[in-house]
Ligand binder design. Structure first.
Ligand code: 2BA
Length: 136
């Protein structure tokens, strides 16, 4: 249990000359995707199947203060659209209920909290230029 199965993607190990070749100077982007934690596992698997390396971080949203996942990928410029497509296929929007903060009440006032519905997008994606990318 837990180990890579028969159908696990093959991750190509870098050859020695690739490791020692110095920084990659071709245009590279950093894709940062903030996603629902339930989508993060299938997303990372789908990325690995297409040989994209990814890092998954545990994060939480500033507004809902609920756990989400941040997936980081360094990719060639021309692969960005493919990566965004994989994110789109694997991440789904959801509605979540939030209990609003009660206001400060005057004596005699009362507050009936109605949960608010908030739509959380499938993914929030940033694409940033990378000055230098190196695997040492
Ligand atoms: P949260 O900050 O927990 O926000 C969850 C959802 O709550 C948001 O979904 C949005 O529908 C709503 N929301 C957020 N701030 C709000 C506000 N000030 N007023 C009313 N509703 C608000 P998404 O927009 O799909 O964002 C999902 C998660 O992506 C966010 O979780 C946050 O972790 C991240 N995120 C979104 N926009 C970002 C940005 N500009 N910079 C950094 N992180 C961002």
């Amino acid at each position: 249990m837990g180990g890579p199965g028969r159908n696990a993607p093959m991750i190509r190990a870098p050859r020695r000359d690739e490791r020692t070749a110095g920084p990659i100077l071709a245009p590279v982007k950093l894709v940062v995707a903030i996603v629902n934690p339930e989508d993060a596992g299938p997303l990372v698997d789908a990325l690995l199947e297409r040989e994209f390396r990814a890092t998954r971080l545990h994060s939480s949203g500033g507004f809902l203060k609920q756990t989400n996942a941040t997936v980081l990928l360094g990719v060639d410029d021309e692969a960005v659209e493919e990566v965004v497509g994989i994110i789109r296929e694997n991440c789904h929007s959801r509605t979540q209920l939030v209990n609003p903060m009660p206001p400060i009440l005057e004596p005699g006032e009362f507050f009936l909290p109605y949960p608010l519905e908030v739509e959380v997008g499938g993914a929030t994606v940033f694409v940033l230029p990378v000055e230098r990318f190196e695997r040492l």
